[in-house]
Write a protein that binds this ligand. Structure first.
Ligand code: AMP
Ligand code: GLY
Length: 424
């Protein structure tokens, strides 16, 4: 079978890598891909925002399944178009993807179906929003409604900070239309975890748990990033919590959508805050997490193509999903300056040496080819991932591999997975 993967990050490299191990996959295409993906897939230069061109490509090449990595094409309706034309595609429709693309849609759905999430109010007028912030006091959380590349959420520790955030979103319109509505919600305390599941709209099958490290520096200091590392499993997700997440959060969410006429198919990713053993939803994503996917798929035993086909064809109940018991750790190596401005085009060395180490797989994110060399081309450059008999071994292997890699200005956190080690 032939498969097309859409995206260019570490998540998409992990997806292509897993597909390349499938017995039933003959050919992998990726749009646009990166230098690592190019070693296992054919990277195509079709404009990834031109869904009609992608559909034409899929028809011309007789591609059996398309897998969408990032949220943006999902929220703009790529699945709706492909499904209308009878093409198999893995991901939710535009209506279902609102769970991520509109925080107001998500919060209203959760609230009206009694699914645990922080108390909130929605505003379209700055004056009323300001009044509410002054009434509630700090700490308080301000969120732009729409997609804002992870930058639309402000955790304000003072009223002044909250008002600044409101100004940025509502007056300066820093996020354009995405900031037309604003959510002001209670600040939750506790520990965060990611919980991802496969669903075909009927059956929901959880993945192994994972947790990422969002801040750029050690000890969770500095600016938020897309994620500087991740590990799986996340000890914070105990079997008891897992049961609550399934029965009180994921299953009711899929049912709630169904009751509104929306069938959710694809990946459901709940960002959770766990406080005193009780999880509540911080946000939903409608896709796999990056970098959580790198350790999670490293542990997947089941053939990923068979799994993806089963979701697309709504027969997830028929297959058994198996995972390796060994934990996995992914250390993201980023360009100096990220998440602010950073340089591109620096030559990367040592990837092959890192890949030779036991249990190690280096996933590329922001990489490109330049005259037969691999160079940096993004903020997050590589996701150095390792498995091991326990988290400590996986972590040690990942860091040993990072030592082999070099490019000018490279940065990485030294404390990935320490949070999990402290819990043991
Ligand atoms: P979101 O995009 O909604 O997940 O928000 C991004 C990050 O902001 C989350 O991963 C949390 O670290 C933090 N966050 C969001 N909502 C809250 C909340 N209600 N209380 C505390 N932290 C939050
Ligand atoms: N690592 C967080 C995300 O993928 O949204």
């Amino acid at each position: 079978m032939k498969v097309l993967v859409i995206g260019s990050g570490g998540r998409e490299h992990a997806i292509c890598w897993k597909l390349s191990q499938s017995r039933s996959v003959d050919k992998i295409y990726c749009c646009p891909g990166n230098a690592g993906i190019a070693q296992i897939a054919e990277c195509i230069s079709v404009n990834q925002n031109d869904f009609q061109a992608l559909l034409d490509f899929v028809k011309y090449e007789w591609i059996d399944l398309t897998i969408v990595g990032p949220e943006d094409p999902l929220s703009r309706g790529i699945v709706d178009l492909f499904q209308k034309e009878g093409r198999r595609i893995l991901g939710p429709t535009k209506a279902a993807a609102q769970l991520e693309s509109s925080k107001v849609f998500c919060k209203d759905l959760l609230k009206s179906h009694g699914i645990p999430t922080a108390e909130y109010k929605t505003f379209t007028s700055y004056i009323h929003a300001e009044e509410h912030v002054r009434f509630k006091g700090a700490p308080i959380v301000i969120k732009a409604d729409g997609l804002a590349a992870g930058k639309g959420v402000f955790i304000a520790s003072t009223v002044e900070e909250a008002l600044d955030a409101l100004r940025v979103i509502m007056k300066d319109k820093a996020f354009g239309e995405a900031g037309e509505r604003v959510i002001i919600e209670d600040c939750l305390q506790g520990e965060e975890a990611s919980y991802m599941a496969f669903t075909d709209g009927k059956t929901i099958v959880p993945m192994v748990s994972s947790q990422d490290h969002k801040r750029i520096f050690d000890d969770d200091k500095g600016l938020n990033t897309g994620g500087m590392g991740a590990y799986s499993p996340a000890p914070v997700i105990t079997p008891e919590i897992e049961k609550i997440v399934m029965t009180k959060i994921l299953e009711p969410t899929v049912r709630a959508l169904r009751s509104e006429g929306i069938i959710y198919k694809g990946i459901l990713y709940a960002g959770l805050m766990i406080h005193n053993g009780m999880p509540s939803v911080l946000e939903y994503n409608c896709r796999l997490g990056d970098p959580e996917t790198q350790p999670v798929l490293s542990r997947l035993k089941t053939d990923f193509m068979e799994l993806a086909m089963a979701i697309a064809e709504e027969r997830l109940a028929d297959i058994t999903i198996e995972w390796m018991p060994d934990p996995a750790v992914c250390v993201v190596v980023s360009s100096g300056g990220y998440p602010g401005n950073y340089r591109k085009g620096d030559v990367i060395t040592g990837i092959d040496a890192a890949n030779m180490l036991e249990g190690v797989q280096v996933f590329h994110a922001g990489t490109a080819f330049k005259e037969n060399e691999i160079v940096t081309s993004g903020g997050r450059v590589l996701g150095v991932t390792a498995t091991g008999k326990d988290i400590a071994t996986a972590k040690a292997r990942a860091y040993e591999a990072v030592q082999k890699i070099h490019f000018d200005g490279m940065h990485y956190r030294k404390d990935i997975a320490d949070r999990a080690l402290k819990k043991q």
